[in-house]
Design a protein around this ligand. Sequence first.
Ligand code: DX5
Ligand code: ZN
Length: 223
Amino acid sequence: MKKNQKKIIAPSILSADFGKLAEEIKEVQDAGADWIHCDVMDGVFVPNITIGPVIVKAARKATKLPLDVHLMIIDPDRYLEDFRRAGADVITVHQEACPHLHRTLTKIKELGAKAGVSINPSTPISALNEVFGVADLILVMTVNPGFGGQKFIDKCREKISDLRDLKKKHGYKFIIEVDGGVSEKNIKDLSNLGAEAFVAGSAIFGSDSYEKIIAKMRKEVTK
Ligand code: DX5
Ligand code: ZN
């Protein structure tokens, strides 16, 4: 991300009303969202089961905004093409689910999407040493993935500043994204630590006014 580039606010549809998903997506789009974050869970890598390519395709029809697809599934290589075809612009896999991470990220790029890699709270950033130059985005999980509305894990904060320092030192281009327990209360701190993209589910979809909450978050991250 270039200096002074606008920070990215990505509402997670996990906390949206799936009975009116298209409307919910349009509403956060009109309220100023930058990306739409789609959480894909398989009941194996994480305890919960959510959506697949069919719903991502429906989300694609509802908005022109980039779809930020977070795959919390084992062996994601099997589904990369399906999610790309469904309209994913960013595809993020988990380091813990990819024994051949370099190959997986390369494949995502070949498909024409931005290649993201995520780490769970218990995974150190050193697990990504060999792919820092390949990944377009690093997603730091600040809760254990699986559910919306969980408490932010404070210990993960240092990973964000460590990533920022690595970017500076080596000129890496990846975007630093955070996901889990992000709200208007801690977004400024996360931004100051170096986060550039912010996923928020319950904080946005649980609020009375999407416009007000997104504007508030935007103000917090705009210097
Ligand atoms: C959690 C998901 C998140 C989730 C965040 O496993 O990856 O994207 O929607 O929800 P909140 O913002 O409520 O913590
Ligand atoms: Zn997510």
